[in-house]
Unconditional design. Structure first.
Length: 526
């Protein structure tokens, strides 16, 4: 029996040593609720193990009961620190309110009082007897009613913690799942030895629960070093997932919704917990582009425009397959973000890059770019094209007499009058200063001259209202027209230079006139 006693005592000392090492490891890391509760759990189990070690070595009943009181300084706090550890670890810190923590402390404190005053009421232990088995001193305990109250409390918290861990393990990645398995192993080992002791099935009536911590210690230590128990915790995963501003959905291989974060509800109207298990076709009904991409097994990124009472909204969907270790697709993730501001800003930048701010017509650079493409297309289709340059007559006089604001108003009025005379296919721009240009696809010189004359009459018949000065101006413009056949080898710059020469002829002839660049088909208006 001596060898058995020595083995058990050695195991108990080992349990205390391992717990102390784990306490040091936890407290040397960044202090937080997780490391504090873990250190508290190890400290409580160390007091339990140390007290029981001296209990079974006691020679008298009074001395043995004294060490029981020491044990309970640790025993009562094991379930408390355990549930705090699990709630923090599984991302349920918001549950750890002061009222809850205070409530969890009630039974441990009352239990301590009951144990320390048991001789006065015998509500915790009705009777105690000291028996000897070789070198072991074993207390035979007759349990009182409060003993079972504490056992219910202890088992309820142990069970709750294990359930929380198990539920989190179902929706975490493999590394976190291994972490949780480490913690559950230690918890279940402690619980198993505890149940064996409570039902009186342990050898010689020994309480093997403190010894179980020596066996649970290495798995905990392995979790600390191998899986970084205090760094790679599921709470980090859940906080990141829940705190993302982008909506995230997780789909299985059959395109069923299996999880999503709170932000996803902002982007998807009919998303709720009831959608878990639903097909993507039901959740994304009406979003045909997204559903088409979900039917593929490749990474995709699409932009979807949505109309609502607030105006246009743009959403970006990024679809990525989830690949298992054996390279099989086991699901998909869909990340959705609101790109309305970016899209509208990009449109605004494109508009600024292609549009004259004052007149809201094309600027010269964009006009040259698209007109050159139209000229190339006309050659391929064997069609004639024409260009018109128009210049406002005496525009400097308007600025000098009435101010630049009046000049801006005049430019706006002429832009409106000109746009009313052009086709949708015609390209109109502010060419520079008080000069405008028109490119006319599929238009011969005769047609272009008719357009120019229509522009001249419309501008001359437009009254420019200067409300601030209580003045009405009449503005005229001069026009130069040039044309080219598809067979002619001429570029856009040459075409516009020809129109510019005709424009100067119109200016020199008295203004408010139209001139053509081709002498053979010259036409004169005005």
């Amino acid at each position: 029996m001596l060898w058995g006693y020595n083995i058990f005592i050695t195991g108990m000392l080992l349990a205390c040593s391992i717990n102390v090492i784990l306490i040091v490891m936890a407290t040397r890391r960044h202090p937080n609720l997780l490391t504090t509760s873990f250190a508290g759990l190890m400290a409580a189990s160390s007091v339990y193990a140390f007290g029981y070690l001296l209990e079974i070595s006691s020679s008298t009943l009074d001395l043995a009961f004294f060490w029981i009181k020491v044990e309970y300084l640790g025993i009562v706090w094991i379930p408390f620190f355990w549930i705090v550890l699990v709630l923090e670890y599984t991302g349920k810190r918001k549950w750890l309110t002061r009222p809850l923590l205070a409530a969890l402390c009630v039974i441990p404190i009352v239990t301590l009082i009951m144990v320390y005053t048991n001789d006065n009421h015998h509500l915790y232990y009705r009777a105690l007897y000291l028996n000897s088995y070789g070198q072991f001193s074993i207390l035979d305990l007759v349990k009182g009613p409060w003993y079972w109250v504490f056992q219910v409390y202890l088992n309820l918290l142990l069970l709750s913690g294990n359930v929380f861990l198990f539920l989190v393990s179902l929706r975490t990645t493999l590394p976190q799942r291994k972490q949780i398995a480490v913690i559950l192993t230690g918890s279940l080992l402690f619980w198993l030895t505890y149940v064996i002791y409570i039902f009186g099935k342990s050898p010689l009536g020994l309480d093997l629960t403190p010894l179980a911590f020596s066996l649970a210690g290495p798995p905990y230590a392995w979790g600390v070093f191998r899986y970084r128990l205090f760094n790679l915790v599921p709470v980090a995963y859940e906080n990141i997932f829940a705190g993302m501003s982008e909506g995230v959905l997780v789909l299985d291989i059959n395109n069923r919704i299996i999880d999503y974060n709170p932000a996803a509800c902002i982007f998807i109207d009919n998303l709720s917990r009831k959608a878990i298990g639903e097909q993507a076709e039901k959740v994304f009904s009406g979003n045909t582009r997204l559903l088409e991409q979900l039917s593929l097994d490749s990474a995709e990124q699409i932009e979807v425009k949505s109309e609502n009472p607030e105006g246009e909204k743009y959403y970006q969907y990024r679809i990525s397959p989830v690949i298992s270790k054996n390279k099989k697709i086991i699901g998909k993730t869909v990340i959705v973000s609101d790109t309305t501001q970016q899209v509208l800003l990009l449109k605004k930048l494109r508009l600024l890059a292609t549009t004259d701010v004052l007149t809201e017509t094309y600027n010269r650079g964009h006009f040259m770019e698209i007109s050159a493409k139209e000229l190339d297309y006309a050659r391929q289709q064997k069609q004639p094209v024409s260009a018109i340059l128009l210049d406002i007559d005496n525009f400097k006089l308007i600025n000098d007499t009435y101010g630049h604001e009046a000049g801006d108003i005049a430019l706006g009025s002429i832009t409106k009058a000109s746009s009313d005379c052009l086709r949708d296919t015609d390209i109109f721009c502010r060419y520079g200063g008080d000069e405008f240009a028109v490119f006319l696809p599929n238009s011969s010189l005769d047609k272009a001259l008719l357009v120019a004359e229509r522009l001249r009459k419309n501008i001359a018949g437009t009254s420019v209202q200067l409300s601030a000065l209580n003045t009405v101006l009449t503005v005229t413009a001069s026009f130069g027209v040039a044309s080219t056949q598809w067979s002619e080898d001429i570029n856009l710059d040459e075409l516009l230079n020809n129109a510019d020469k005709a424009l100067y002829e119109a200016k020199n002839s008295g203004r408010n006139a139209v001139r053509a660049a081709n002498d053979n088909t010259a036409s004169l208006f005005g």
